[in-house]
Design a protein around this ligand. Structure first.
Ligand code: FAD
Length: 476
């Protein structure tokens, strides 16, 4: 452990969790290579508005069994987001606001549609999440609700649910696969007050200040702007694993823990690994998917009005939608809602999913803002003033991510491929040494798509190496 060299690729949540755990266990020679010029990966907190916003992960989802919650529960870092995401208004494209009664009926139908893990009906369901939910919604709909309104509402709900799964459409997500995800009991939307999710990673690293270069346990161990081009994980000539960087650098090591996103693996795995990855891993990389979810942040001069709106959903009437689809603003169809932001009274946060999100990412920022202001004009009887500042995320465009988070596809089910294939380590045939290990949210069987899943996966691989060396020492 004193001399073993370990290189971690990626300074996201999984990489930081693996690095800190290895150092705490007694490994001394740990280096993290990061393509970007910052740590955090899909945790990205930046200054905006009155304090900060999270461009990526925003909430700690749940308490019981959530590794993050368990770590910070006594440190007063988290607070509840309350009912912001439940109390939204529903506005139609003819500016009509749905009555409280109708909205509540519709909300209670969707609240009861998605079962928790024990559901027998869903376990046996062979089809997609989209098919399952469509059947459930129309089965549970009560005659009091007008069918046209119900349809408009359900169309928006599908986009909302797609943002939770990060799928382009619910019809590519597996219903049975949905049950692989374990919901941690407790508050599902705990936010990081005015400090952002980054404060958790600092907590994990035990850094004492918010200074950019104070990386606590990982001080001087994270090498930024170091994009890995190729990993020779099984060399004929010697026992080293050799890493080639895009900047020409070469690093020899004993073990690599690769934490790059599934999006990066999909795009680069044919060139990233020598020799090529075994078929089971390639099948999982092919079959699982990392979808796109993007955010908009509008900083208004004064808090959004009406002041009793915690957020709003946008329901398109059929005729308006058909017209929208023929216009330059067609991509607005996948913007499904806006909400207030905790600790940021003047902010409005919007969401967009799927192919339209990827298209939106290609547009100039000013054009995106103009379209959103047009959208507000279309739906509201009142005017939303132009914001003082605006930003949108581009998770797909960035080659370090190529998307937002993963879900279980119908295709992966067909291939019988899953996170376990992604997670399995690869050993050097000559000496049986686990030379290439994999961590990252996509490799977690039950908490994929989350930061707590990423953190646990980092710990898992750190433990794997610790066990390997323990086993070795006890044989000597
Ligand atoms: C919009 C959005 C909202 C989200 N909301 C939540 C939420 O509220 N709660 C929650 O729990 N989760 C949320 N998530 C998911 C969560 O952010 C991720 O699951 C988690 O951060 C993934 O961590 P990771 O370490 O697995 O991967 P990453 O964070 O992607 O880390 C991988 C690192 O590898 C680096 N890298 C990539 N390629 C290379 C290369 N070739 N060489 C060197 N370095 C490389 C990347 O730059 C990155 O830093 C959200 C994500 C997004 C995008």
């Amino acid at each position: 452990m004193e001399t073993t060299r370990i290189v971690i690729i990626g300074a996201g949540s999984a990489g930081i969790a693996a690095g800190t755990r290895l150092l705490q266990t007694g490994f001394k020679n740990v280096l993290v290579l990061e393509a970007e010029n910052r740590f955090g990966g899909r945790v990205h907190t930046i200054p905006f508005g009155d304090n900060v916003v999270d461009l990526g992960a925003q909430w700690c989802h749940g308490e019981k069994g959530n590794a993050i919650y368990q770590l910070v529960k006594y440190s007063n870092m988290l607070q509840s987001t309350g009912t912001v995401y439940e109390d939204y208004k529903c506005v139609r494209s003819n500016k009509e606001v749905l009555s409280e009664d109708v909205t509540n009926i519709l909300k209670s139908i969707i609240d009861n549609m998605l079962p928790s893990k024990g559901n027998e009906r869903m376990k046996k369901f062979e089809g997609s999440l989209g098919t399952y939910l469509t059947e459930a919604f129309w089965r549970d709909l009560v005659p009091e609700v007008d069918k046209t309104i119900a349809h408009e509402y359900f169309e928006n709900y599908k986009k909302f649910e797609s943002s939770i799964e990060a799928c382009d459409t619910l019809f590519e997500a597996s219903a049975r696969g949905y049950l692989e995800y374990w919901i941690c009991e407790g508050d599902l939307l705990l936010n990081w007050k005015d400090k952002g999710f980054r404060s958790f990673l600092r907590f994990l690293m035990k850094s004492k200040s918010d200074e950019e270069d104070d990386l606590g346990l990982l001080n001087k161990r994270i090498q930024y702007n170091s994009r890995v081009r190729n990993i020779e994980w099984q060399r004929q000539s010697d026992a080293n694993v050799r890493i080639h960087l895009c900047n020409g650098g070469i690093i020899d090591t004993d073990h690599v823990i690769c934490t790059v996103s599934l999006g990066v693996l999909k795009e680069t795995h044919h060139n990233l690994f020598t020799p090529a990855l075994p078929p089971a891993k390639c099948r999982a990389i092919d079959g699982l998917k990392l979808g796109t979810v993007d955010k908009f942040f509008l900083e208004l001069a004064t808090p959004f009005e009406p002041e009793d709106w915690s957020g709003f959903w946008l329901l398109w009437r059929e005729e308006d939608l058909l017209e929208l689809r023929t216009s330059n603003y067609f991509w607005l169809e996948s913007v499904f809602g806006f909400y207030r932001v905790s600790c940021q009274p003047r902010l409005l946060q919007g969401w967009i999913i799927g192919p339209h999100a990827r298209y939106m990412e290609t547009l100039p920022e000013a054009e995106v803002l103009a379209a959103l202001l047009w959208l507000f004009k279309k739906f509201f009887t009142f005017q939303v003033p132009a914001p003082l500042n605006f930003l949108r995320t581009r998770w797909y465009t960035n080659p370090s991510f190529r998307g937002s988070y993963t879900f279980r596809t119908m295709y992966a089910e067909e291939l019988r491929a899953g996170s376990w294939d992604l997670a399995s380590p690869l050993a050097d045939e000559k000496n049986g040494k686990p030379s290439l290990l994999f961590a990252g949210e996509a490799t977690h069987t039950h908490y994929y798509s989350t930061v707590h899943g990423a953190v646990e996966s980092g710990w898992r691989e750190a433990e794997r190496l610790t066990e390997y060396y323990r086993g070795h020492n006890s044989q000597m």
